[in-house]
Design a protein around this ligand. Structure first.
Ligand SMILES: *[C@@H]1O[C@H](CO)[C@@H](O)[C@H](O)[C@H]1NC(C)=O
Ligand SMILES: *[C@@H]1O[C@H](CO)[C@@H](O)[C@H](O)[C@H]1NC(C)=O
Ligand SMILES: *[C@@H]1O[C@H](CO)[C@@H](O)[C@H](O)[C@H]1NC(C)=O
Ligand SMILES: *[C@@H]1O[C@H](CO)[C@@H](O)[C@H](O)[C@H]1NC(C)=O
Ligand SMILES: *[C@@H]1O[C@H](CO)[C@@H](O)[C@H](O)[C@H]1NC(C)=O
Ligand SMILES: *[C@@H]1O[C@H](CO)[C@@H](O)[C@H](O)[C@H]1NC(C)=O
Length: 501
Protein backbone atom coordinates (compact mmCIF):
# COMPACT_ATOMS: atom_id res chain seq x y z
CA UNK A 1 0.00 0.00 0.00
CA UNK A 2 1.19 3.45 -0.75
CA UNK A 3 -0.25 5.70 1.79
CA UNK A 4 0.22 9.35 2.12
CA UNK A 5 -0.66 10.76 5.33
CA UNK A 6 -0.75 14.49 5.31
CA UNK A 7 -2.22 16.16 8.23
CA UNK A 8 -2.53 19.76 7.23
CA UNK A 9 -3.40 21.78 10.19
CA UNK A 10 -4.68 24.64 8.25
CA UNK A 11 -5.40 26.88 11.02
CA UNK A 12 -6.09 30.33 11.80
CA UNK A 13 -4.01 33.22 11.54
CA UNK A 14 -0.39 32.82 11.31
CA UNK A 15 1.13 35.08 8.88
CA UNK A 16 4.24 34.32 7.05
CA UNK A 17 5.70 36.18 4.27
CA UNK A 18 9.01 35.86 2.59
CA UNK A 19 9.89 38.14 -0.20
CA UNK A 20 7.55 40.98 0.41
CA UNK A 21 8.88 44.38 0.88
CA UNK A 22 9.84 44.35 4.52
CA UNK A 23 8.19 46.92 6.69
CA UNK A 24 9.63 50.20 5.57
CA UNK A 25 12.00 51.64 8.07
CA UNK A 26 10.92 55.17 7.32
CA UNK A 27 8.50 56.74 9.71
CA UNK A 28 6.12 58.16 7.20
CA UNK A 29 2.54 57.55 8.06
CA UNK A 30 0.73 55.44 5.48
CA UNK A 31 -2.23 57.10 3.82
CA UNK A 32 -5.65 55.73 4.68
CA UNK A 33 -5.82 54.31 1.15
CA UNK A 34 -2.49 52.52 1.48
CA UNK A 35 -3.42 51.15 4.86
CA UNK A 36 -6.82 49.98 3.63
CA UNK A 37 -5.32 48.26 0.60
CA UNK A 38 -2.86 46.54 2.93
CA UNK A 39 -5.66 45.40 5.25
CA UNK A 40 -7.67 44.04 2.32
CA UNK A 41 -4.68 41.96 1.24
CA UNK A 42 -3.75 40.93 4.74
CA UNK A 43 -7.24 39.82 5.71
CA UNK A 44 -8.33 38.16 2.48
CA UNK A 45 -7.43 34.55 3.49
CA UNK A 46 -9.90 34.82 6.37
CA UNK A 47 -12.68 34.64 3.80
CA UNK A 48 -11.24 31.41 2.39
CA UNK A 49 -10.94 30.08 5.91
CA UNK A 50 -14.55 30.92 6.71
CA UNK A 51 -15.73 29.29 3.50
CA UNK A 52 -13.80 26.15 4.32
CA UNK A 53 -14.67 26.08 8.02
CA UNK A 54 -18.37 27.01 8.07
CA UNK A 55 -19.84 23.81 6.67
CA UNK A 56 -17.57 21.79 8.96
CA UNK A 57 -18.55 23.82 12.02
CA UNK A 58 -22.15 23.33 11.07
CA UNK A 59 -21.92 19.57 10.67
CA UNK A 60 -19.25 18.67 13.24
CA UNK A 61 -18.33 21.65 15.35
CA UNK A 62 -14.72 22.28 16.33
CA UNK A 63 -12.10 19.72 17.39
CA UNK A 64 -13.95 16.77 15.82
CA UNK A 65 -12.25 14.74 13.11
CA UNK A 66 -14.12 14.04 9.88
CA UNK A 67 -12.98 11.70 7.14
CA UNK A 68 -13.56 11.64 3.45
CA UNK A 69 -14.16 7.97 2.62
CA UNK A 70 -14.27 7.88 -1.18
CA UNK A 71 -12.12 9.46 -3.86
CA UNK A 72 -13.71 12.16 -5.98
CA UNK A 73 -15.44 11.32 -9.23
CA UNK A 74 -16.85 13.38 -12.08
CA UNK A 75 -20.11 13.70 -10.13
CA UNK A 76 -18.32 15.41 -7.27
CA UNK A 77 -18.59 19.16 -7.76
CA UNK A 78 -18.20 20.62 -4.29
CA UNK A 79 -14.70 21.90 -4.92
CA UNK A 80 -12.88 22.62 -8.15
CA UNK A 81 -9.83 20.64 -9.19
CA UNK A 82 -10.24 17.83 -6.64
CA UNK A 83 -7.35 15.39 -6.50
CA UNK A 84 -7.89 11.67 -6.94
CA UNK A 85 -4.76 10.68 -5.05
CA UNK A 86 -5.66 11.08 -1.43
CA UNK A 87 -8.49 10.89 1.06
CA UNK A 88 -8.64 13.81 3.43
CA UNK A 89 -9.31 13.88 7.12
CA UNK A 90 -9.88 17.26 8.67
CA UNK A 91 -10.75 19.16 11.75
CA UNK A 92 -11.36 22.78 12.60
CA UNK A 93 -9.08 23.48 15.51
CA UNK A 94 -10.01 25.63 18.43
CA UNK A 95 -7.21 26.03 20.96
CA UNK A 96 -8.83 28.89 22.82
CA UNK A 97 -9.48 26.92 25.99
CA UNK A 98 -7.61 23.65 25.93
CA UNK A 99 -4.67 21.95 24.24
CA UNK A 100 -5.26 19.15 21.78
CA UNK A 101 -3.60 15.81 21.29
CA UNK A 102 -3.36 14.49 17.77
CA UNK A 103 -2.49 10.84 17.36
CA UNK A 104 -0.84 9.90 14.10
CA UNK A 105 -1.14 6.18 13.37
CA UNK A 106 1.75 4.02 12.31
CA UNK A 107 1.54 3.76 8.58
CA UNK A 108 3.29 0.65 7.46
CA UNK A 109 3.96 0.35 3.82
CA UNK A 110 4.66 -3.05 2.41
CA UNK A 111 7.35 -1.76 0.14
CA UNK A 112 8.73 1.40 1.63
CA UNK A 113 8.04 1.40 5.31
CA UNK A 114 6.47 4.35 7.04
CA UNK A 115 5.85 6.44 4.05
CA UNK A 116 3.51 8.83 2.38
CA UNK A 117 2.88 10.40 5.63
CA UNK A 118 2.62 14.09 6.04
CA UNK A 119 1.02 16.26 8.54
CA UNK A 120 0.65 19.95 8.08
CA UNK A 121 -0.44 22.66 10.35
CA UNK A 122 -2.04 25.67 8.79
CA UNK A 123 -3.02 28.91 10.32
CA UNK A 124 -6.32 30.54 9.67
CA UNK A 125 -4.53 32.89 7.36
CA UNK A 126 -3.42 29.89 5.35
CA UNK A 127 0.16 29.51 6.49
CA UNK A 128 1.38 25.98 6.97
CA UNK A 129 3.07 26.24 10.30
CA UNK A 130 3.90 22.65 10.97
CA UNK A 131 4.58 19.68 8.73
CA UNK A 132 4.84 16.30 10.28
CA UNK A 133 4.94 12.99 8.55
CA UNK A 134 6.94 10.52 6.62
CA UNK A 135 8.21 12.95 4.05
CA UNK A 136 9.53 15.20 6.79
CA UNK A 137 10.62 12.00 8.56
CA UNK A 138 8.77 12.45 11.79
CA UNK A 139 7.37 9.55 13.73
CA UNK A 140 3.85 8.35 14.30
CA UNK A 141 2.56 8.92 17.80
CA UNK A 142 1.04 11.65 19.90
CA UNK A 143 1.58 15.33 19.27
CA UNK A 144 0.45 17.98 21.67
CA UNK A 145 -0.92 21.10 19.97
CA UNK A 146 -0.94 24.30 21.95
CA UNK A 147 -1.68 27.90 21.21
CA UNK A 148 1.59 29.61 21.81
CA UNK A 149 1.46 33.26 21.11
CA UNK A 150 4.97 34.02 22.24
CA UNK A 151 6.85 31.28 20.47
CA UNK A 152 7.61 31.05 16.79
CA UNK A 153 5.17 28.65 15.22
CA UNK A 154 6.93 25.32 14.99
CA UNK A 155 7.04 21.65 15.75
CA UNK A 156 9.33 20.78 18.64
CA UNK A 157 10.21 17.13 18.53
CA UNK A 158 10.48 15.70 21.99
CA UNK A 159 13.05 12.94 21.50
CA UNK A 160 15.40 11.86 24.22
CA UNK A 161 18.05 14.42 23.43
CA UNK A 162 15.73 17.37 23.31
CA UNK A 163 13.33 16.53 26.09
CA UNK A 164 13.86 19.72 28.02
CA UNK A 165 10.44 21.20 27.35
CA UNK A 166 8.27 20.61 30.37
CA UNK A 167 5.37 19.83 28.09
CA UNK A 168 7.33 17.06 26.42
CA UNK A 169 6.46 14.67 29.20
CA UNK A 170 4.22 11.64 28.95
CA UNK A 171 4.84 9.97 25.68
CA UNK A 172 4.59 12.81 23.21
CA UNK A 173 6.54 12.68 19.97
CA UNK A 174 6.40 16.42 19.76
CA UNK A 175 4.75 19.68 20.64
CA UNK A 176 3.22 21.84 17.93
CA UNK A 177 3.21 25.52 18.71
CA UNK A 178 0.25 27.10 16.98
CA UNK A 179 0.58 30.80 16.31
CA UNK A 180 -3.16 31.39 16.41
CA UNK A 181 -5.93 29.89 18.50
CA UNK A 182 -8.04 28.77 15.54
CA UNK A 183 -7.07 26.86 12.44
CA UNK A 184 -7.38 23.67 10.52
CA UNK A 185 -5.64 20.39 10.45
CA UNK A 186 -5.83 18.28 7.33
CA UNK A 187 -4.53 14.76 7.02
CA UNK A 188 -4.25 12.95 3.71
CA UNK A 189 -3.87 9.29 2.93
CA UNK A 190 -2.93 8.18 -0.55
CA UNK A 191 -5.07 5.54 -2.19
CA UNK A 192 -4.09 3.10 -4.91
CA UNK A 193 -5.39 3.87 -8.36
CA UNK A 194 -7.63 0.79 -8.45
CA UNK A 195 -8.68 1.47 -4.82
CA UNK A 196 -7.83 -2.05 -3.69
CA UNK A 197 -6.43 -0.59 -0.47
CA UNK A 198 -9.47 1.48 0.40
CA UNK A 199 -10.29 -0.63 3.46
CA UNK A 200 -6.77 -0.31 4.78
CA UNK A 201 -6.95 3.43 4.32
CA UNK A 202 -10.26 3.57 6.17
CA UNK A 203 -8.73 1.60 9.02
CA UNK A 204 -5.87 4.11 9.22
CA UNK A 205 -8.32 6.98 9.25
CA UNK A 206 -10.10 5.33 12.15
CA UNK A 207 -6.82 5.07 14.03
CA UNK A 208 -6.26 8.81 13.89
CA UNK A 209 -7.43 10.45 17.05
CA UNK A 210 -7.86 13.94 18.33
CA UNK A 211 -8.93 14.98 21.80
CA UNK A 212 -8.49 17.89 24.12
CA UNK A 213 -6.66 18.08 27.41
CA UNK A 214 -6.28 20.89 29.92
CA UNK A 215 -3.57 23.42 29.29
CA UNK A 216 -0.49 23.27 31.41
CA UNK A 217 0.26 26.91 31.20
CA UNK A 218 -2.11 29.65 32.23
CA UNK A 219 -4.56 30.82 29.65
CA UNK A 220 -2.74 33.19 27.34
CA UNK A 221 -4.16 36.65 27.09
CA UNK A 222 -4.06 39.22 24.38
CA UNK A 223 -3.98 42.57 26.01
CA UNK A 224 -6.03 40.96 28.75
CA UNK A 225 -8.68 39.89 26.32
CA UNK A 226 -10.42 36.61 26.80
CA UNK A 227 -10.13 34.38 23.74
CA UNK A 228 -13.59 33.19 22.79
CA UNK A 229 -14.29 29.71 21.48
CA UNK A 230 -14.67 29.62 17.70
CA UNK A 231 -18.31 29.71 16.61
CA UNK A 232 -20.34 29.91 13.42
CA UNK A 233 -21.38 33.41 14.50
CA UNK A 234 -17.77 34.58 14.62
CA UNK A 235 -17.28 33.48 11.04
CA UNK A 236 -20.64 34.42 9.67
CA UNK A 237 -22.75 36.86 11.71
CA UNK A 238 -23.21 40.56 11.13
CA UNK A 239 -21.02 40.56 8.05
CA UNK A 240 -21.62 42.51 4.90
CA UNK A 241 -22.44 40.60 1.70
CA UNK A 242 -19.95 42.94 0.03
CA UNK A 243 -16.66 41.05 -0.14
CA UNK A 244 -14.38 44.00 0.51
CA UNK A 245 -16.36 45.26 3.50
CA UNK A 246 -16.61 41.70 4.78
CA UNK A 247 -12.83 41.29 4.54
CA UNK A 248 -12.34 44.39 6.68
CA UNK A 249 -14.94 43.23 9.20
CA UNK A 250 -13.39 39.77 9.49
CA UNK A 251 -9.90 41.23 9.82
CA UNK A 252 -11.12 43.49 12.61
CA UNK A 253 -12.90 40.64 14.33
CA UNK A 254 -9.93 38.26 14.38
CA UNK A 255 -7.03 40.66 14.81
CA UNK A 256 -7.30 40.77 18.60
CA UNK A 257 -6.58 37.03 18.77
CA UNK A 258 -4.25 36.50 15.87
CA UNK A 259 -1.11 38.28 15.35
CA UNK A 260 1.29 38.07 12.42
CA UNK A 261 3.23 34.87 12.00
CA UNK A 262 6.45 36.84 11.90
CA UNK A 263 6.76 38.44 15.27
CA UNK A 264 8.97 41.26 14.01
CA UNK A 265 6.15 42.37 11.71
CA UNK A 266 3.57 42.76 14.47
CA UNK A 267 4.13 46.47 14.90
CA UNK A 268 3.90 47.22 11.19
CA UNK A 269 0.71 45.19 10.77
CA UNK A 270 -0.90 46.78 13.82
CA UNK A 271 -0.07 50.25 12.54
CA UNK A 272 -1.46 49.56 9.11
CA UNK A 273 -4.68 48.05 10.41
CA UNK A 274 -5.18 50.97 12.79
CA UNK A 275 -4.71 53.47 9.99
CA UNK A 276 -7.22 51.52 7.95
CA UNK A 277 -9.86 52.07 10.62
CA UNK A 278 -9.58 48.85 12.64
CA UNK A 279 -9.75 49.46 16.39
CA UNK A 280 -10.46 47.08 19.22
CA UNK A 281 -12.01 44.43 17.04
CA UNK A 282 -14.19 46.77 14.99
CA UNK A 283 -13.95 48.35 11.59
CA UNK A 284 -15.11 51.88 11.11
CA UNK A 285 -14.57 52.96 7.50
CA UNK A 286 -12.69 56.25 7.40
CA UNK A 287 -14.66 58.89 5.51
CA UNK A 288 -14.05 59.10 1.81
CA UNK A 289 -12.61 55.60 1.43
CA UNK A 290 -13.93 53.73 -1.62
CA UNK A 291 -13.52 50.10 -0.59
CA UNK A 292 -14.69 48.75 -3.93
CA UNK A 293 -12.01 50.67 -5.71
CA UNK A 294 -9.31 49.71 -3.20
CA UNK A 295 -10.27 46.04 -3.29
CA UNK A 296 -9.91 46.11 -7.04
CA UNK A 297 -6.55 47.81 -6.69
CA UNK A 298 -5.47 45.25 -4.08
CA UNK A 299 -6.38 42.39 -6.42
CA UNK A 300 -4.39 43.98 -9.25
CA UNK A 301 -1.42 44.54 -7.02
CA UNK A 302 -1.50 40.89 -5.89
CA UNK A 303 -1.62 39.65 -9.49
CA UNK A 304 1.27 41.90 -10.48
CA UNK A 305 3.27 40.72 -7.50
CA UNK A 306 2.55 37.04 -8.16
CA UNK A 307 3.76 37.47 -11.75
CA UNK A 308 7.18 38.74 -10.66
CA UNK A 309 9.94 36.42 -11.87
CA UNK A 310 11.07 35.96 -8.26
CA UNK A 311 7.80 34.24 -7.42
CA UNK A 312 7.97 31.64 -10.18
CA UNK A 313 10.46 28.93 -10.99
CA UNK A 314 10.74 28.08 -14.69
CA UNK A 315 11.12 24.32 -14.82
CA UNK A 316 11.68 23.94 -18.55
CA UNK A 317 9.49 22.68 -21.39
CA UNK A 318 6.91 25.35 -20.55
CA UNK A 319 6.34 24.07 -17.01
CA UNK A 320 6.54 26.48 -14.13
CA UNK A 321 5.96 26.44 -10.44
CA UNK A 322 5.42 28.96 -7.68
CA UNK A 323 8.70 29.64 -5.94
CA UNK A 324 9.04 27.65 -2.71
CA UNK A 325 9.00 30.92 -0.80
CA UNK A 326 5.65 31.74 -2.40
CA UNK A 327 3.83 28.54 -1.57
CA UNK A 328 2.44 27.25 1.68
CA UNK A 329 4.20 29.44 4.17
CA UNK A 330 4.57 33.08 3.37
CA UNK A 331 6.50 34.97 6.01
CA UNK A 332 5.52 38.58 5.49
CA UNK A 333 4.58 38.11 1.84
CA UNK A 334 0.91 38.85 2.38
CA UNK A 335 0.36 39.27 -1.34
CA UNK A 336 1.41 35.71 -2.16
CA UNK A 337 -0.64 34.49 0.75
CA UNK A 338 -3.69 36.20 -0.76
CA UNK A 339 -2.82 34.86 -4.22
CA UNK A 340 -2.59 31.26 -3.06
CA UNK A 341 -5.67 31.55 -0.80
CA UNK A 342 -7.68 32.40 -3.93
CA UNK A 343 -7.22 29.01 -5.47
CA UNK A 344 -5.45 26.68 -3.11
CA UNK A 345 -6.15 27.39 0.53
CA UNK A 346 -4.72 24.01 1.39
CA UNK A 347 -1.57 24.24 -0.74
CA UNK A 348 1.27 22.30 0.78
CA UNK A 349 4.75 23.64 1.23
CA UNK A 350 7.16 22.81 -1.58
CA UNK A 351 9.06 20.19 0.39
CA UNK A 352 5.80 18.21 0.65
CA UNK A 353 4.28 18.67 -2.77
CA UNK A 354 4.79 20.47 -6.06
CA UNK A 355 2.03 21.47 -8.43
CA UNK A 356 3.82 22.57 -11.59
CA UNK A 357 1.61 24.15 -14.24
CA UNK A 358 1.98 23.71 -17.94
CA UNK A 359 1.57 26.87 -19.99
CA UNK A 360 0.62 26.24 -23.56
CA UNK A 361 2.57 28.83 -25.55
CA UNK A 362 -0.08 28.54 -28.27
CA UNK A 363 -3.04 29.28 -26.01
CA UNK A 364 -4.19 32.78 -25.15
CA UNK A 365 -1.55 34.51 -23.10
CA UNK A 366 0.30 31.26 -22.46
CA UNK A 367 -2.18 30.45 -19.70
CA UNK A 368 -2.84 27.10 -18.09
CA UNK A 369 -6.06 26.50 -20.01
CA UNK A 370 -5.54 24.07 -22.86
CA UNK A 371 -7.84 23.81 -25.84
CA UNK A 372 -8.40 20.68 -27.84
CA UNK A 373 -10.21 20.36 -31.14
CA UNK A 374 -12.77 17.54 -31.36
CA UNK A 375 -10.22 15.37 -33.16
CA UNK A 376 -7.06 16.48 -31.38
CA UNK A 377 -4.97 15.13 -28.53
CA UNK A 378 -1.95 16.03 -26.42
CA UNK A 379 0.91 13.69 -25.74
CA UNK A 380 2.87 14.20 -22.54
CA UNK A 381 6.29 12.63 -22.99
CA UNK A 382 8.33 11.78 -19.91
CA UNK A 383 12.04 11.18 -20.47
CA UNK A 384 12.21 9.31 -17.16
CA UNK A 385 10.23 8.67 -14.00
CA UNK A 386 9.90 11.72 -11.76
CA UNK A 387 12.51 11.30 -9.00
CA UNK A 388 10.71 11.29 -5.65
CA UNK A 389 11.69 10.96 -2.04
CA UNK A 390 10.93 7.63 -0.36
CA UNK A 391 7.19 7.47 0.04
CA UNK A 392 6.52 10.03 -2.68
CA UNK A 393 4.04 9.61 -5.51
CA UNK A 394 2.76 11.57 -8.49
CA UNK A 395 -0.19 11.98 -10.81
CA UNK A 396 -1.47 13.93 -13.79
CA UNK A 397 -5.18 14.75 -13.53
CA UNK A 398 -7.41 16.14 -16.30
CA UNK A 399 -10.14 18.72 -15.69
CA UNK A 400 -12.87 20.07 -17.94
CA UNK A 401 -13.69 23.72 -18.62
CA UNK A 402 -15.56 23.95 -15.30
CA UNK A 403 -12.48 22.55 -13.51
CA UNK A 404 -14.23 19.32 -12.53
CA UNK A 405 -13.08 15.78 -13.33
CA UNK A 406 -13.82 14.62 -16.87
CA UNK A 407 -16.63 12.02 -17.18
CA UNK A 408 -15.47 8.95 -19.12
CA UNK A 409 -16.37 5.32 -19.49
CA UNK A 410 -13.16 4.10 -17.82
CA UNK A 411 -13.85 6.27 -14.75
CA UNK A 412 -10.22 7.28 -15.05
CA UNK A 413 -9.43 10.79 -13.90
CA UNK A 414 -5.67 10.66 -13.42
CA UNK A 415 -2.61 8.64 -14.36
CA UNK A 416 0.62 8.32 -12.42
CA UNK A 417 2.86 6.01 -10.46
CA UNK A 418 -0.07 4.01 -9.07
CA UNK A 419 -1.56 3.38 -12.53
CA UNK A 420 -0.77 0.67 -15.02
CA UNK A 421 1.22 2.91 -17.35
CA UNK A 422 3.19 1.02 -19.98
CA UNK A 423 6.31 1.65 -21.98
CA UNK A 424 6.14 1.56 -25.77
CA UNK A 425 7.09 -2.14 -25.64
CA UNK A 426 4.08 -2.88 -23.43
CA UNK A 427 6.02 -3.52 -20.19
CA UNK A 428 4.75 -1.78 -17.06
CA UNK A 429 6.41 1.47 -16.07
CA UNK A 430 5.76 0.80 -12.38
CA UNK A 431 5.44 -2.60 -10.79
CA UNK A 432 7.49 -5.57 -9.76
CA UNK A 433 9.29 -5.92 -13.06
CA UNK A 434 9.96 -2.22 -13.21
CA UNK A 435 11.90 -0.84 -16.13
CA UNK A 436 14.88 1.39 -15.76
CA UNK A 437 14.03 4.69 -14.13
CA UNK A 438 15.65 6.34 -17.12
CA UNK A 439 13.34 4.95 -19.79
CA UNK A 440 10.78 7.31 -21.25
CA UNK A 441 7.01 6.80 -21.48
CA UNK A 442 4.01 8.75 -22.72
CA UNK A 443 0.57 9.81 -21.53
CA UNK A 444 -2.09 10.46 -24.16
CA UNK A 445 -4.64 13.17 -23.33
CA UNK A 446 -7.38 12.48 -25.86
CA UNK A 447 -11.14 13.18 -25.86
CA UNK A 448 -13.21 10.61 -23.97
CA UNK A 449 -15.26 9.83 -27.08
CA UNK A 450 -12.22 8.93 -29.23
CA UNK A 451 -10.95 5.49 -28.32
CA UNK A 452 -7.20 5.32 -29.07
CA UNK A 453 -5.40 2.23 -30.46
CA UNK A 454 -5.41 -0.68 -28.03
CA UNK A 455 -1.78 -0.37 -26.93
CA UNK A 456 -2.53 3.17 -25.73
CA UNK A 457 -5.44 2.27 -23.46
CA UNK A 458 -3.35 2.06 -20.28
CA UNK A 459 -1.75 5.43 -20.97
CA UNK A 460 -4.93 7.21 -22.07
CA UNK A 461 -6.06 10.06 -19.86
CA UNK A 462 -9.53 10.99 -21.16
CA UNK A 463 -10.07 14.66 -22.07
CA UNK A 464 -13.56 16.19 -22.42
CA UNK A 465 -15.62 14.45 -25.12
CA UNK A 466 -15.76 16.64 -28.21
CA UNK A 467 -12.66 18.56 -27.13
CA UNK A 468 -12.84 22.13 -25.89
CA UNK A 469 -11.30 23.90 -22.98
CA UNK A 470 -9.57 21.79 -20.37
CA UNK A 471 -6.54 21.72 -18.11
CA UNK A 472 -4.17 19.25 -16.53
CA UNK A 473 -2.62 19.30 -13.07
CA UNK A 474 0.67 17.59 -12.36
CA UNK A 475 1.04 16.72 -8.67
CA UNK A 476 4.33 15.55 -7.20
CA UNK A 477 4.18 14.53 -3.54
CA UNK A 478 7.50 14.14 -1.80
CA UNK A 479 9.52 15.80 -4.56
CA UNK A 480 13.30 15.65 -4.60
CA UNK A 481 15.50 18.70 -5.03
CA UNK A 482 15.94 17.77 -8.71
CA UNK A 483 12.20 18.27 -9.20
CA UNK A 484 12.03 21.44 -7.15
CA UNK A 485 14.89 23.05 -9.03
CA UNK A 486 13.89 21.87 -12.50
CA UNK A 487 17.11 19.91 -12.92
CA UNK A 488 14.97 16.91 -13.86
CA UNK A 489 13.68 17.27 -17.39
CA UNK A 490 9.96 18.00 -17.20
CA UNK A 491 7.82 16.27 -19.83
CA UNK A 492 7.37 17.58 -23.34
CA UNK A 493 3.77 18.36 -24.18
CA UNK A 494 2.73 18.23 -27.81
CA UNK A 495 -0.62 18.69 -29.55
CA UNK A 496 -1.43 16.50 -32.54
CA UNK A 497 -4.19 14.81 -34.48
CA UNK A 498 -5.98 12.28 -32.26
CA UNK A 499 -4.87 8.65 -32.54
CA UNK A 500 -7.68 6.48 -33.81
CA UNK A 501 -8.14 2.82 -33.16
C1 LIG B 1 -3.51 -2.76 -13.09
O1 LIG B 1 -3.38 -4.09 -13.53
C2 LIG B 1 -3.58 -5.05 -12.51
C3 LIG B 1 -3.23 -6.41 -13.10
O2 LIG B 1 -3.89 -6.58 -14.32
C4 LIG B 1 -5.00 -4.96 -12.01
O3 LIG B 1 -5.22 -5.89 -10.97
C5 LIG B 1 -5.25 -3.57 -11.48
O4 LIG B 1 -6.60 -3.41 -11.09
C6 LIG B 1 -4.94 -2.54 -12.55
N1 LIG B 1 -5.00 -1.22 -11.97
C7 LIG B 1 -5.70 -0.25 -12.53
C8 LIG B 1 -5.67 1.07 -11.83
O5 LIG B 1 -6.33 -0.39 -13.55
C1 LIG C 1 -24.12 32.58 6.95
O1 LIG C 1 -24.82 33.78 6.76
C2 LIG C 1 -25.62 33.80 5.60
C3 LIG C 1 -26.20 35.19 5.46
O2 LIG C 1 -26.70 35.64 6.68
C4 LIG C 1 -26.70 32.72 5.72
O3 LIG C 1 -27.48 32.70 4.55
C5 LIG C 1 -26.01 31.37 5.89
O4 LIG C 1 -26.96 30.36 6.08
C6 LIG C 1 -25.07 31.40 7.08
N1 LIG C 1 -24.32 30.16 7.13
C7 LIG C 1 -24.22 29.43 8.22
C8 LIG C 1 -23.40 28.19 8.13
O5 LIG C 1 -24.75 29.72 9.26
C1 LIG D 1 -15.94 53.53 -6.04
O1 LIG D 1 -15.11 52.88 -6.98
C2 LIG D 1 -15.84 52.16 -7.94
C3 LIG D 1 -14.83 51.32 -8.74
O2 LIG D 1 -13.71 52.08 -9.10
C4 LIG D 1 -16.64 53.12 -8.78
O3 LIG D 1 -17.35 52.40 -9.77
C5 LIG D 1 -17.59 53.85 -7.87
O4 LIG D 1 -18.28 54.83 -8.61
C6 LIG D 1 -16.84 54.51 -6.73
N1 LIG D 1 -17.82 55.02 -5.76
C7 LIG D 1 -17.81 56.26 -5.32
C8 LIG D 1 -18.84 56.60 -4.33
O5 LIG D 1 -16.97 57.05 -5.71
C1 LIG E 1 7.39 26.10 -25.15
O1 LIG E 1 6.65 25.52 -26.18
C2 LIG E 1 6.97 25.99 -27.49
C3 LIG E 1 5.99 25.40 -28.47
O2 LIG E 1 5.86 24.01 -28.27
C4 LIG E 1 8.40 25.62 -27.80
O3 LIG E 1 8.76 26.10 -29.10
C5 LIG E 1 9.30 26.25 -26.76
O4 LIG E 1 10.61 25.87 -26.97
C6 LIG E 1 8.86 25.85 -25.36
N1 LIG E 1 9.61 26.59 -24.39
C7 LIG E 1 10.35 26.00 -23.50
C8 LIG E 1 11.05 26.90 -22.54
O5 LIG E 1 10.45 24.82 -23.40
C1 LIG F 1 1.65 1.89 -29.44
O1 LIG F 1 2.16 1.41 -30.66
C2 LIG F 1 2.72 2.41 -31.50
C3 LIG F 1 3.03 1.78 -32.85
O2 LIG F 1 3.75 0.60 -32.66
C4 LIG F 1 3.93 3.02 -30.82
O3 LIG F 1 4.50 4.03 -31.61
C5 LIG F 1 3.51 3.61 -29.50
O4 LIG F 1 4.62 4.11 -28.79
C6 LIG F 1 2.77 2.58 -28.65
N1 LIG F 1 2.25 3.27 -27.50
C7 LIG F 1 2.41 2.82 -26.26
C8 LIG F 1 1.85 3.65 -25.15
O5 LIG F 1 2.94 1.77 -26.02
C1 LIG G 1 13.30 -1.02 -9.82
O1 LIG G 1 13.96 -2.25 -9.60
C2 LIG G 1 15.29 -2.11 -9.19
C3 LIG G 1 15.91 -3.48 -9.14
O2 LIG G 1 15.01 -4.40 -8.59
C4 LIG G 1 15.34 -1.37 -7.84
O3 LIG G 1 16.66 -1.20 -7.43
C5 LIG G 1 14.69 -0.02 -8.02
O4 LIG G 1 14.63 0.66 -6.79
C6 LIG G 1 13.28 -0.16 -8.56
N1 LIG G 1 12.77 1.15 -8.85
C7 LIG G 1 11.57 1.52 -8.45
C8 LIG G 1 11.16 2.91 -8.81
O5 LIG G 1 10.81 0.80 -7.83
Amino acid sequence: MRTIFTLTRAMVASLLFPGLIASPVCHMEPTVEEATEFALIYGYPLLSYAKFALPILQSRGTNELSHMRQLSTAEFQDVVRPNVDTLYSWVILDLSERDLIIEVPEISDRTTGFSHSMMLAKSRYGNNYANIGSISQSSPGKYRVRYSRDREASVQLCGKASGHDDECDDDYEGVINAPTPYGTFVGRLAVEDDMTDLEEVHALQDQMALYSIPRKQPHPHHSNRFIPPLTIEMLNSSLSPDISLRTMQMTARFTPFSRPRIISDVRHVDDMLRHAGIHHGHYKPPTGVNLTYLAHKAGESVRTHAALPANTVQLGNNWSELAPSAQGDYGTDYKMRYYVAQWGYLALVASEALYPSYHDPLSDGGGTTLTLGAKEAYTITFGSKPPLAAGGFWSVTAYNAEQYLVPNSLNRYALGDRSNLTYADGLPVYGSSNGSDETGFEILVQPADLQPPRNWTANWLPAPAGGGRMSITFRLYGPTQELISGQWEYPHVRKHVALSA
